[in-house]
Each structure stands twice: as structure tokens, then as C-alpha cells.
Design a binder for this molecule. Structure first.
Ligand SMILES: [Ca+2]
Ligand SMILES: [Ca+2]
Length: 235
């Protein structure tokens, strides 16, 4: 019996050490998409390695995230940017159920399909970095557009409408990962080989954590198999 308790405690410790756990306030619209970044203080945050891609403008150093029942809010920081260097990000909605399913090829992860948001930023012929227009696309359709970059060109914030990928509503788990890419076909993934999970409200606390892709993949596959099985009698 003692042995079983010991094993259970060890397992618990292992799980706790594998997951970075963060709590965050989930008031209505927790973030203003306005190019001011103070509202991200105390929100869940992941640091990413510097120099894991050669191009500084594509090299993500930090990602902050939070969700309410309608949107996933993200703030991204990169290592450096020269004048008018574009951002080119994709947010892979791992458990998204609506929108076009794109085949995903993520390092350390089995091939699967899911919807993705694409974030294309455009300086609108201006050298003033805070005048950068940040556009959110899904399947080639522009859904959001805002001037929400920092003046030094290193930070942007934006929000993704969860309804479009079937993940809006109360107490939904949202699983995602972010890719920064460029014309030289370099890609910086955040987080590396793991996925981010955020739970929507309505509780005052949003639960968010990072887990290994493999584990998420297993859960995800199991869920879709269960769905398929429960659908089968109607086919
Ligand atoms: Ca803001
Ligand atoms: Ca990086």
C-alpha cells in the first residue's frame, strides 16, 4: 500500500514538473488590442530561445496568451527588427473543429490536420513602426485588422475570434502553437515540441498550461475517435 502511495506521489511530482502552470484573471475583454502592452503584465507567458533561427525579425523571444469566451489574445515579442521588417505568423489551432483543415507538419509531432489563423503585418508604406497594420486571416479571409504594434517594431498584440474555429463558449480548452516563418523557409515554433492549453471562462480564473505535444496528440486522437464512433450508427 505504501508503495502505491509512493508511486502516486512520484507521478504527481512528475506531472507538476512537466507542466508550467499559470493562473490569470479572465475579466471581460482582458486585453485591449491597442499597441500598449502594460495590460499583459501578470498574464501567462512563455519565453523562447534566442538565435534559434538566423533572421532576427523572425526570431520569437516571448509569447503571452489569454482567452475569454470569444477571443484568444496573443502578444508576441521578437529579438529585433529593422525598418519595415514584416511579421509572418501562423497560430495552429490544434483542436479547432471548424474552418478549413490544413495538414500540419510540426517538428516532434505526428502529422495531423487543423485550422490555422495567419497573421500578416504590413507597414502601410510607413516607416513608423507603430503604424504597422496587423491583419488576422482565416482561410484567406481577413477577420481582424488593428494598429497594435510597438514603436520599436519588436512587439505585436492581436486577438483571434474563437467562434470561427469552433472553440468559443464557456469552459472550452483551446490547444494551440505558434509558428513564425519567413521567405527563407526558416520557422521558429513556440513552444518547441509542446502545446499551449488555455481554458475559457466563465470562472474568474483561466487555467493555462503547456504540455508535451505527444500527450495532447493522444488525447486529441482519442476524442476524435470517440466522436467518430458515436457518429457511426447514423452513417
Ligand atoms: Ca494592449
Ligand atoms: Ca526564438
Amino acid at each position: 500500500m505504501k508503495y502505491i502511495i509512493k508511486i502516486a506521489l512520484l507521478l504527481l511530482l512528475l506531472i507538476l514538473s512537466l507542466t508550467g502552470i499559470a493562473f490569470a484573471n479572465n475579466d471581460d475583454a482582458p486585453i485591449a488590442i491597442d499597441g500598449a502592452f502594460r495590460d499583459w503584465d501578470g498574464k501567462p507567458y512563455i519565453a523562447d530561445s534566442k538565435h534559434d533561427v538566423k533572421t532576427p525579425a523572425s526570431d520569437i523571444t516571448a509569447l503571452s496568451f489569454i482567452a475569454d469566451n470569444k477571443y484568444l489574445y496573443l502578444s508576441v515579442e521578437r529579438i529585433a527588427a529593422k525598418k519595415s521588417e514584416p511579421w509572418n505568423l501562423s497560430v495552429i489551432m490544434i483542436n479547432g473543429s471548424e474552418g478549413e483543415m490544413y495538414p500540419q507538419d510540426i517538428p516532434g509531432y505526428k502529422a495531423f490536420s487543423s485550422p490555422q489563423f495567419d497573421i500578416i503585418c504590413d507597414y502601410n508604406n510607413s516607416n513608423n513602426k507603430s503604424k504597422m497594420l496587423i491583419n488576422v486571416y482565416l482561410d484567406g479571409v481577413k477577420l481582424e485588422s488593428s494598429f497594435s504594434g510597438s514603436a520599436n517594431g519588436k512587439n505585436i498584440e492581436f486577438r483571434l475570434p474563437l467562434e470561427k474555429v469552433g472553440l468559443s463558449g464557456k469552459n472550452k480548452s483551446i490547444m494551440f502553437t505558434v509558428k513564425s516563418q519567413n521567405d527563407k523557409k526558416e520557422a521558429d515554433w513556440v513552444p518547441d515540441g509542446k502545446t499551449i492549453v488555455v481554458t475559457t471562462g466563465p470562472s474568474l480564473w483561466t487555467f493555462s498550461y503547456v504540455i508535451f505535444f505527444g500527450f495532447v496528440f493522444l488525447v486529441f486522437i482519442k476524442q476524435s475517435q470517440t466522436k467518430r464512433m458515436s457518429k457511426a450508427p447514423n452513417d
